[in-house]
Write a protein that binds this ligand. Structure first.
Ligand code: UT7
Length: 335
């Protein structure tokens, strides 16, 4: 760790990267696995297909190529990276952290880091943690790695769950800036009373893994979809408006909103509540499903590559997930 600096600096995203496994599971494949239809999945969720890791693939195997590609784009060698935050609810294992595994896999031998658990909001929580470390001067740069292999927590016989998720990773590199662009502000929230609606209860100290916990399916993700749907739609819209307005902007000033991709209908409800057209919101759930921590950095990477966001644009990232955890980040795009 470098000596702590004295100035608080502005921090921005200097490169992005992403990686998804090659294997694609379409709705037609799922029709053969459970009692579902392409029509139900598309109309209720907006998902057409998702990328799924082969059995036995750890999160770090998705994270390593995504991080390497972001470092290459920025022109940084792995040993020039100071800090790595991995946001995930599907770490390789409880410990060592996936950040440690990843540091070793990519040869970032001078970086220190840790895993951060905030479910689908993990990436934006990690983005703020990483930007504060860079702003303080304690690190020169930081990689924030949103990665999940959520298909490992899915009961593949349960149609309520198995159609929703995919696997993937998105990465950003954070560095200080002199021009005041980059991350402008963030509003982040936690409400632990929402934990009952979205969780995975088995495997930790509350329910250590036993034959009984496995028999009860406690190692699978659980969600009360309807309860989560309602609060996710209103919370993401309201927190987006809050971060925009408290910085003196109007929602119309935002070039692109990149929301967590859990359900197309949630994204449409957010746009409706904000009174903005669908075109102002990034949608890629049709191709990836819900990749948990990875949805926002993957969206950011694709938006940059396709020219959907340009230098100088105002962008809002917003998410809602298990915890409950939610928030919004306002930034001025600089790439
Ligand atoms: O990323 C973290 C945050 N998570 C979210 O934001 C997710 C929020 N929730 C949702 O996106 C939606 O609630 C779901 C997509 C999970 C479910 O959609 P829904 O419109 O709330 O459906 P539902 O669970 O109320 O189910 C409606 C019907 C049920 O049948 P009955 O009881 O009405 O006969 C389900 O059994 O649809 C049935 N159903 C299915 N049918 C065909 C549920 N899943 C399927 C399926 N195929 N895959």
């Amino acid at each position: 760790m470098a000596k702590r600096g004295t100035e608080v600096r502005t921090v921005g995203i200097s490169a992005t990267g992403m990686y998804v496994p090659d294997r694609i599971l379409t709705n037609a494949h799922l029709e053969k696995m459970v009692d579902t239809t392409d029509q139900w999945i598309q109309t209720r969720t907006g998902i057409r297909e998702r990328h799924v890791a082969s059995p036995g693939t750890p999160a770090s195997d998705l994270a390593a190529p995504a991080l390497q590609s972001a470092l290459r784009t920025r022109g940084l060698l792995p040993e020039e990276l100071d800090h790595v935050i991995v946001t995930t609810v599907t770490p390789d294992m409880f410990f060592p952290s996936t950040a440690c595994v990843l540091q070793d896999k990519v040869g970032a031998r001078n970086a220190w880091g840790y895993d951060l658990s905030a479910a689908c909001s993990g990436f934006i929580f990690g983005l703020i943690a990483g930007s504060q470390a860079v702003a303080s001067g304690s690190v020169r740069n930081a990689a924030v790695v949103g990665v999940d292999v959520l298909t490992t927590l899915v009961d593949w016989t349960n149609r309520n769950q198995c159609v929703l998720f995919g696997d993937g990773c998105g990465v950003v590199i954070l560095e200080p800036r002199d021009d005041g662009d980059g991350i402008i502000d963030a509003v982040l929230h936690v409400d632990g009373s929402g934990g009952q609606y979205l969780n995975m209860l088995g495997g930790g100290s509350l329910n250590p893994p036993t034959h009984a916990t496995v028999d009860q399916g406690l190692h699978y993700l659980y969600q009360d979809g309807k309860a989560v749907f309602k609060v996710a739609s209103t919370s993401m819209a309201d927190v987006t408006l809050e971060v925009v307005e408290r910085n003196g902007f109007r929602i119309q000033d935002i070039s692109l909103i990149i929301p967590h991709q859990a359900n197309l209908r949630i994204i449409e409800a957010v746009a409706k509540r904000l009174g903005i057209p669908r075109e102002q919101v990034l949608i890629n759930i049709d191709r990836y499903g819900n990749t948990t921590s990875a949805t926002i950095p993957m969206g950011l990477h694709e938006a940059t590559r396709s020219g959907r966001v340009k230098k100088g644009d105002l962008v809002v990232l917003t998410s809602f997930g298990g915890g409950y955890t939610w928030g919004a980040v306002l930034l001025r795009w600089e790439l």
